[in-house]
Write a protein that binds this ligand. Structure first.
Ligand SMILES: C[S@@+](CC[C@H](N)C(=O)[O-])C[C@H]1O[C@@H](n2cnc3c(N)ncnc32)[C@H](O)[C@@H]1O
Length: 307
């Protein structure tokens, strides 16, 4: 028997309201995780509606199947594969899509996967351990400059060079095998933030996780494709947890003629939600709506008139 999810969903009421989820709709939860948002979608769409849940993590999918049975159509895949997932189901489009980026508390708690700094299991960091390369491969095989660039670009870590140098010194003796070892090494290179708001290893782990899962490329691909998976008037909601992701979402929404942005500023959790669920503190929710071809025509016409 799979264990219950411990993940607490974020901004659930806001998402349901801003997406305007109602009975009979067809919804995609592109990052199913522990199924928290999915349960809320299911309650809103009711028996006449339909929910498709997608996650790259096979454990999340099997836990979801056990909990929800055939009430949710679950598939182990990337949200970037949504066009083919909908095609296989003969769906031309859906009413709403949610992407809640990053990792779940279930993944963080699993010490065999390396997401937690304290884990003494292998430093893997993949959402799907059968795809791509584990984080430990990058630590072992990239040269010092490539490692420093990776930590700088994907972690926005100003101490990337010194961290990369120490990693290369250390691996000459023995490979860095566990999250706990990497955490200890990084903690010696990075001064603690003044108010201790983030752990010194946060940015390095973020960088390795982004690389091991090709996260930013998946997000870019999805932003290119998902607007075409929405029915006219359909809505796309994305929760991001760091500035790299949020920047990509903000610019893609703003520059996509297929979309109208509904959140001028990102929606963030209330103080009460942050107190209840500290993991929510860096969440930013942006929502956009698919415009119909007619509206796009009107927009183009109006622009031409103005010029
Ligand atoms: C923050 S959790 C989602 C939690 C979920 N909303 C809930 O309420 O339980 C993020 C999930 O996204 C999954 N994920 C990350 N990248 C993905 C991708 N490209 N395609 C599908 N799932 C992905 C992770 O495996 C993880 O389970």
């Amino acid at each position: 028997m799979t264990e219950q999810s411990i993940h607490v969903p974020i901004l659930t009421a806001e998402i349901m309201d801003l997406l305007g989820v109602r009975a009979g709709q067809v919804i995609v939860d592109g990052t199913f995780g522990g199924g928290g948002h999915a349960a809320a979608f299911l309650a809103r769409v009711g028996p006449a509606g339909r929910l498709i849940g997608v996650d790259r993590d096979p454990q999340a999918i099997s836990r979801g199947r056990e909990k929800f049975g055939d009430r949710i159509d679950l598939e182990c895949a990337s949200y970037a594969d949504l066009p083919s997932i909908l095609r296989e189901r003969s769906l031309a489009g859906v009413d709403s899509i949610l992407l809640d980026l990053g990792l779940s508390s279930d993944q963080l708690a699993d010490h065999e996967r390396g997401f937690s700094y304290l884990a003494d299991g292998p430093l893997d960091l993949r959402f799907n351990p059968t795809e791509g390369r584990p984080a430990s491969w990058y630590l072992q095989h990239l040269d010092e400059k490539a490692l420093a660039d990776l930590i700088y670009h994907f972690g926005e870590e100003r101490y990337s060079r010194v961290i990369a140098r120490r990693i290369c010194e250390r691996r000459r003796a023995a490979p860095i095998a566990t999250a706990a070892e990497l955490c200890e090494l990084v903690s010696r290179c990075v001064p603690r933030s003044r108010n201790h708001s983030i752990h010194p290893a946060t940015r390095t782990f973020q960088a390795l996780r982004i690389a091991a899962n090709d996260e930013l490329e998946n997000l870019r691909q999805a932003l290119e494709q998902l607007p075409d998976c929405l029915l006219p008037g359909g809505r796309l909601a994305i929760i991001s947890f760091h500035s790299l992701e949020d920047r990509i979402v903000k610019h893609a929404f703003r520059n996509d003629p297929r979309l109208r942005v509904l959140t001028k500023k990102p929606v963030v959790p209330s103080d009460e939600e942050i107190a209840r669920n500290p993991r929510s503190r860096s969440a930013k929710l942006r929502i956009a709506e698919r415009v119909s071809e007619d509206d796009r025509g009107v927009g183009r016409h109006a622009r031409r008139e103005r010029n």
